[in-house]
Ligand binder design. Structure first.
Ligand SMILES: [Zn+2]
Length: 124
């Protein structure tokens, strides 16, 4: 039985990221840092379910900050990922067609490549 990736949480995250990238990037950094600080006191119960799935706040913060380093390229990747969700190919590597692990999608929801192909393209 093939387990189908539930793309809804990723779609929401991608749409959210796209909105923020199109808007004020520095305001996003501010909000991320403030939110992480207030949540490190330990109350996770107020978080939406799909956010709780993602894991540590630090991880998300790092991801958000690194994302701002090249927002133009990221926007294109987000568009591509949204297209793949619509065409039901999201979660598959565009290079080798292999499955992208969910942990990777949680960290970089717009990535078109599995870890192996991403590592190889960096080496090129
Ligand atoms: Zn691949």
């Amino acid at each position: 039985m093939r387990k189908k990736t539930n793309t809804q949480p990723f779609k929401e995250k991608l749409l959210d990221l796209r909105a923020r990238l199109r808007g004020d990037v520095s305001a996003m950094a501010d909000a991320t840092l403030k939110r992480t600080r207030s949540e490190s006191s330990g109350d996770l119960s107020s978080m939406p379910i799909h956010m709780a799935d993602i894991g540590s706040d630090n991880f998300e913060q790092e991801f958000t900050l690194s994302l701002m380093e090249n927002d133009e390229g990221t926007l294109e990747l987000i568009e591509g990922a949204l297209e793949r969700i619509e065409s039901d190919t999201y979660g598959s590597c565009t290079e080798c067609n292999g499955r992208i692990p969910k942990t990777r999608l949680n960290a970089i929801p717009y990535t078109p490549h599995c870890i192996k192909c991403a590592t190889e393209s960096q080496r090129r």
